[in-house]
Design a protein around this ligand. Structure first.
Ligand code: PMP
Length: 396
């Protein structure tokens, strides 16, 4: 049958990560592939308590439809949290709850992108943001990026010479996939450029709370004077991704547009999930919980970096992230990480080759390592095994 699918379906292909994750479901596989939090850290007992309380005390509300914007006490908590951590000035009316921050990415595409519009992004950038935006028929321009973020002169040059830039998409804290964090100066320069050209910035920050060392920096949004920065956040990494609760925060006029498109997408987020998270935040200290996560991930990061330093052959370089879930590995230019993956899967070790994090395709000699999901002994075992594979590809 020759069914007439929409043209956008020709832009989309299966996510490489999803395909690799299918392999990693086998228990014998040591996976550095997904971005999965450590399940042993989920606060299961507390969640049992809050779900019982919500059902006993507020079932009529919890099982009912709610507003598209979302449960107000939760939006208030989010606004206060952002204001105290990120130097923003949000109120509940500036927040729309979304089905994970992934939905906020899709809604951003729906709100801003017509076919042929341009998204500027870091090079490399988050794979599923590429998929979300691509469905709207946009083109990507990858802005050259170093350890401190986008290179400002390059960004200026691209903005001066390119028509139809609609979104600048950035992940300034412990970026997925590289683990890098933007410097203060780069944050300020980016907002200046965005204000001058009146282009929207989507500041995606799922990992900012997971800092292991060093000082937190003010958000990109904190430099915004005209409402050109939208902030995406999520409970996926600080609480549990299964709840699928994230948000987009910004000027009310922009949030109103997101509310319109969310109504068409799914009316609202799961009511009971919103209320359970709000109850958890009321009854427990989420900072204690986040400190616990940070401690575990910091140890895993230390062990990952140490093992890579000791075991990986010379000529292989990698980032040393100060937080978040990922490190980024660069191989000599002539080595293809997809070939390395094929061999390492034979030894039951998985990771994600870096090529697909570049929307226009390049740098096949890179890959991403996630260190949050595996216990310490398996991290060491897996990286040693991977080092053995790398030695087959890289001259010492
Ligand atoms: N943005 C980035 C940069 C991410 O890494 C992720 C999750 N891996 C998301 C957004 C989406 O997260 P969620 O939908 O679970 O909030």
């Amino acid at each position: 049958m020759d069914f007439k699918y929409a043209k956008r379906m020709t832009y989309l292909k299966a996510s490489e990560i999803r395909e690799i994750l299918k392999v990693t479901e086998k228990p014998e596989v040591i996976s550095f592939a997904g971005g999965l939090p450590a399940p042993e850290l989920f606060p299961v007992e507390e969640i049992k308590t809050v779900s019982r309380i919500v059902l006993e005390e507020e079932s009529a509300r919890a099982l009912q439809y709610t507003t598209t914007e979302g449960y107000k006490p939760l939006r208030e908590w989010i606004a206060n949290r952002m204001n105290s951590r990120l130097g923003t000035e949000f109120a509940s009316k500036n927040i729309l709850l979304t089905n994970g921050s992934q939905q906020a990415l899709d809604l951003s595409g729906k709100v801003f992108l017509d076919e042929g519009d341009v998204v500027l992004c870091e090079s490399p950038t988050y794979l599923a943001a590429i998929s979300a935006f691509r469905a709207y028929g946009c083109k990507f321009i990858e802005v050259p990026t170093d350890n401190d973020g986008m290179i400002p002169d390059e960004l200026d040059r691209i903005l001066e010479s390119t028509k139809r830039v609609k979104i600048i998409y950035i992940i300034p804290e412990f970026q997925n996939p590289t683990g890098r964090t933007w410097s203060l100066e780069r944050r300020e320069r980016l907002v200046k450029a965005a204000m001058k050209h009146q282009v929207m910035v989507v500041e995606d920050n799922p990992y900012g709370e997971l800092r292991f060392e060093g000082e937190s920096l003010p958000s990109v949004k904190s430099f915004d004077r005209i409402g050109c920065v939208l902030c995406l956040g999520t409970f996926s990494k600080t609480f549990c991704p299964g709840y699928r609760i994230g948000w987009v925060a910004g000027d009310k006029s922009a949030i109103d547009k997101y509310v319109l498109v969310k109504q068409g997408a799914d009316l609202q987020c799961n009511t009971i999930a919103q209320m359970e998270i709000a109850k958890y935040l009321e009854l427990y200290e989420i900072d204690d919980h986040i400190n616990k996560i940070r401690e575990v991930y910091r140890k895993r990061r230390d062990l990952t970096v140490k093992t890579m330093e000791e075991e990986f052959p010379k000529g292989v370089t990698f980032t040393r992230p100060q937080g978040g879930l990922f490190a980024w590995v660069e191989l000599p230019a002539d080595v293809n990480a997809r070939d390395v993956l094929e061999k390492s899967l034979e030894r039951n070790v998985a990771f994600v080759p870096g090529g697909s994090f570049f929307p226009n395709g390049s740098k096949e000699n890179t890959f991403r390592i996630n260190y949050s999901n595996m216990p310490e002994d398996r991290i060491v075992e897996g990286l040693k095994s991977l080092a053995g594979v790398l030695r087959e590809f890289v001259q010492q």
